[in-house]
Ligand binder design. Structure first.
Ligand code: SAH
Length: 356
């Protein structure tokens, strides 16, 4: 049993089952045994790989999309260049390298990273080298300024609650005990008002997921963009609306039982982009990662980089391009939600080439 499993079994024996959200929060961010607090999970030797770790092209294109938004909005002379959950800091480093060519962008940008894990903050500091940056705990602490923001695979790490529809209301899925082992169970049904809209598109037996932290974060980001201008690009795996159990554990690049090794496996859930968009009363664009990167010019960028490569490096580069964009890989599963202020042009890459 992991040390965190021992703590959770004791807690549940004393005070009863916990929600899936409480379980996820403990597994990911427990101060001494949490997954993100104790390890650097990325890359070939870790548990999973993310788009910025696959290829520099991802960060370059997203960075240039933000910079185009900054130009479109009249080059505000002091703005926040923010990232939620920056992992190793690779995405922000690629953004900063690609945007060096945009006159005035770096001088106006205040790099701000929202990161809960002290361990990953240290990795990010190292990745960014001499570039000035500020770390904060939550998006609520962002400064009052135009906000140009990226979040890649951040929302999937936020704890979710799960509910199963029952003829008499909803039963919440909880983590309890079967003997000495952690085990899923269901509460008695009750009428849960926030899920009333889901009565129209579910039947008894269906499972829906709710991410309580996501709505307030989106509302806060949207309010800042409405007040000061800016642009948010949110990239993650998920869909428009939530349906079914998407809680998953990853360990060593393989799926694992979410209850088997609390604190040692990554736990995530698919992102409900409809819920994110509904919490953000701003113009929103929703499309697949593959379409977005194509429209931002990934093919031309891939060809330019390929011209300097040969052998195994060229093969890896071609595979990385495919992995980011192909529908059978990350191209369709991953989606992009872009938010911008009313009246500003749609962000680069969100409309098909030639569209107004
Ligand atoms: N964006 C990175 C890493 C994604 S993993 C990449 O694409 O490679 C999720 C990141 O979000 C990690 O950096 C993790 O420590 C951070 N994180 C998870 N939950 C968080 C929370 N509640 N508040 C702030 N950061 C969080």
């Amino acid at each position: 049993m992991t040390p965190l499993a021992t703590l959770l079994v004791r807690r549940i024996a004393a005070t009863g089952p916990v929600t899936v959200a409480d379980y996820m929060a403990e597994c990911l961010l427990h101060p001494t045994h949490g997954y993100y607090t104790t390890r650097d999970p990325f890359g070939a030797t870790g548990d999973f790989t993310t788009a910025p770790e696959i290829s520099q092209m991802f960060g370059e294109l997203l960075g240039l999309c933000l910079a185009q938004g900054w130009l479109d909005q009249g080059r505000p002379d002091r703005f926040t260049l923010a990232e939620l959950g920056p992992g190793r800091g690779t995405l922000m480093a690629d953004v900063l390298r690609a945007t060096r060519v945009v006159p005035g962008f770096h001088a106006a940008a205040r790099v701000t990273l929202v990161e809960a894990s002290p361990r990953l903050r240290a990795v990010q500091r190292q990745t960014l080298g001499q570039h000035p940056a500020t770390w904060i705990d939550t998006p609520a602490d962002l400064p009052e300024a135009p906000l140009f923001l990226l979040a890649n695979e951040f929302f999937d790490a936020l704890p979710i609650r799960q509910f199963v529809r029952h003829p008499d209301g909803w039963q919440e899925r909880v983590v309890g005990l079967a003997g000495e082992a952690l085990s899923f169970g269901l509460t008695a049904p009750w009428a849960f008002a926030p899920l009333e809209p889901r009565l129209s598109d579910t039947v008894p037996g269906d499972l829906v997921e709710v991410c309580p932290a996501a709505g307030p974060i989106m509302a806060d980001l949207a309010a800042r963009i409405a007040r000061h201008g800016g642009l948010s690009l949110i990239v993650d795996y998920g869909d428009w609306g939530s349906r079914g159990d998407t809680l998953q554990a990853l360990r060593g690049h393989a799926f694992a039982d979410p209850l088997a090794e609390p604190g040692r496996a990554d736990l995530t859930a698919h992102v409900d982009f409809r819920a994110l968009a509904q919490a953000a009363p701003l113009p929103c664009h929703y499309l697949t990662q593959g379409a977005f990167l194509e429209r931002l010019g990934i093919t031309a960028r891939a060809q330019a980089l390929a011209a300097h490569l040969g052998g195994a490096a060229l093969e890896a580069h071609v595979a990385a391009h495919r992995r980011l964009t192909h529908p059978a890989e990350m191209g369709s599963l991953f989606k992009v939600l872009a938010l911008h202020p009313p009246g500003s042009p749609p962000p680069a890459g969100t409309a098909p080439a030639g569209a107004a």
